[in-house]
Ligand binder design. Structure first.
Ligand SMILES: O=C(O)C1=C[C@@H](OP(=O)(O)O)[C@@H](O)[C@H](O)C1
Ligand SMILES: C=C(OP(=O)(O)O)C(=O)O
Length: 411
């Protein structure tokens, strides 16, 4: 489905309700499979969480997680510990290019039985569940934090708990802290000192109901929309809190640079465009703790004619697509100038945005959603717009409700 977003104006004041964080949802779904007396409220309605939930309740021998990275990594660890069960864990063509060797090596050194069915180091995997008895492992920490979270989530059910030693620079740290906080919330003892994480063994926990905060990565698109709107424009988003477990909540600070003020009120955040932005400003940000908002920020800067230098982006090449390359190609189609390295993106200040350009989305939900706010500046096409369902299925409906004109695309 290709769509056209006609040049639109955001309603002066709007309210949007976003469902739970997909990262928190997929962690809690796994913990719920291990401890069935957990109840979850405000679960994410994303495809990735649906896939996770379905996989955990399926008795099938083949489990397909499509594009869901967290599901792939978390379920690998989970099925490795399910004695008596044998599954093939597979995913989309892109998932078969997303590396998983670091996690497999760590699980194997704990005693797991896993083999590669196509390419060494990549899904699909054949996993023969076993009772894992070893309790300490070292793994490289600069490729994806999801390998670490996967091990931490199964850790309390291992015979002697787990001691993880993180080797090298640690990437996406807030996601590791999120995993540890959720373990703590359900009553499991953990510690994180220097580069060593410990999780205690725990066979049962008390009955509990956990409410998931809404998804901050999804909120990023509203930050961008407000940043591109007239002074005075307000968007109210629920349900959010000031003490978030999600690293992407750093948006509230970052978007001050783009004239967006955030107020926390009654489980909501109120985003208000409070001032125009000085075009001379160079935006410099290290996003190694918040990789999922890099695309949003790059497009916000492009739309506001700001020069920006984003660093800490070494994980972007192995996400749903090579996000650095995709950003470069699509921003340049719109008339921008971008250079990328292995871990950074440099955008020149641009003076104009080309009209009637159709953005390719590369099976990446965040490409579609990050470019959508440009419709506040000019008409734009979004190809394969349905990709948004990976994290935010009602994105286009929600945009229509706040003033966007969206029609099938013929240009
Ligand atoms: O643990 C998680 O929920 C996630 C961790 C991050 O991945 P990396 O650690 O691979 O950067 C992030 O990009 C992804 O969207 C979700
Ligand atoms: C990278 C992402 O997800 P995953 O790695 O879980 O596929 C994302 O949602 O931006």
């Amino acid at each position: 489905m290709n769509i056209q977003l006609n040049k639109s104006t955001l309603n002066k004041q709007s309210t949007i309700n976003i469902t739970g964080s997909k990262s928190e949802s997929n962690r809690l779904l796994l913990l719920q499979a291990l401890y069935p007396n957990i109840e979850i409220e405000n679960l994410s309605n994303s495809d990735d969480s649906q896939v996770m939930s379905k996989a955990l309740s399926s008795s099938s021998e083949i489990i397909d997680v499509h594009h869901a990275g967290t599901a792939m990594r978390f379920l690998t660890a989970y099925f490795a510990t399910q004695a008596g069960r044998e599954v093939v864990l597979t995913g989309s063509d892109r998932m078969k290019q997303r590396p998983i060797k670091i996690l497999i090596d760590a699980l194997k050194s704990l005693g797991a039985e896993i083999s590669y069915l196509e390419s060494e180091g990549f899904p699909p995997l054949k996993i023969t569940g076993k009772k894992l008895t070893k309790n300490s492992v070292t793994l490289k920490a600069n490729v994806s934090s999801q390998y670490i979270s996967a091990l931490l989530l199964i850790a309390p059910k291992l015979k002697h708990g787990l001691e993880l030693t993180l080797d090298g620079k640690v990437t996406s740290i807030p996601y590791i802290k999120m995993t540890l906080s959720l373990l703590k919330q359900v009553g499991i003892e953990t510690s994180f000192n220097g580069n060593v994480i410990k999780v205690n063994q725990q066979s049962s926990i008390k009955n509990q109901r956990l409410i998931i905060e809404s998804d901050w990565s999804s909120a990023s698109y509203y930050y961008s929309l407000v940043a591109l709107s007239e002074v005075g424009t307000i968007v109210n988003l629920s349900s959010y809190k000031e003490n978030s477990l999600q690293g992407d909540s750093v948006l509230a600070d970052i978007y001050k640079m783009f004239g967006v003020e955030t107020t926390y009120l009654n489980n909501s955040i109120i985003l208000q465009k409070s001032e125009t932005v000085n075009r001379q400003t160079l935006i410099e940000l290290d996003l190694s703790n918040a990789p999922d908002i890099a695309q949003t920020i790059a497009v916000t800067c492009f739309a506001l004619g700001l020069e920006c230098k984003l660093t800490g982006l070494h994980t972007l090449k192995i996400k749903e697509t090579d996000r650095l390359l995709a950003l470069k190609i699509e921003i340049e189609k719109l008339g921008g100038e971008v250079s990328v390295s292995e871990d950074s993106l440099l955008l020149e200040a641009s003076k104009a945005i080309k009209s009637q350009v159709a953005i390719d989305t590369y099976n990446d939900h965040r490409m579609a959603m990050a470019f959508a706010p440009l419709a506040l500046k000019t008409s734009i096409g979004i190809n394969d717009a349905e990709v948004v369902s990976k994290s935010y299925p009602s994105f286009w409906e929600d945009l229509k409700n706040i003033g966007f004109q969206i029609i099938p695309n013929d240009f």
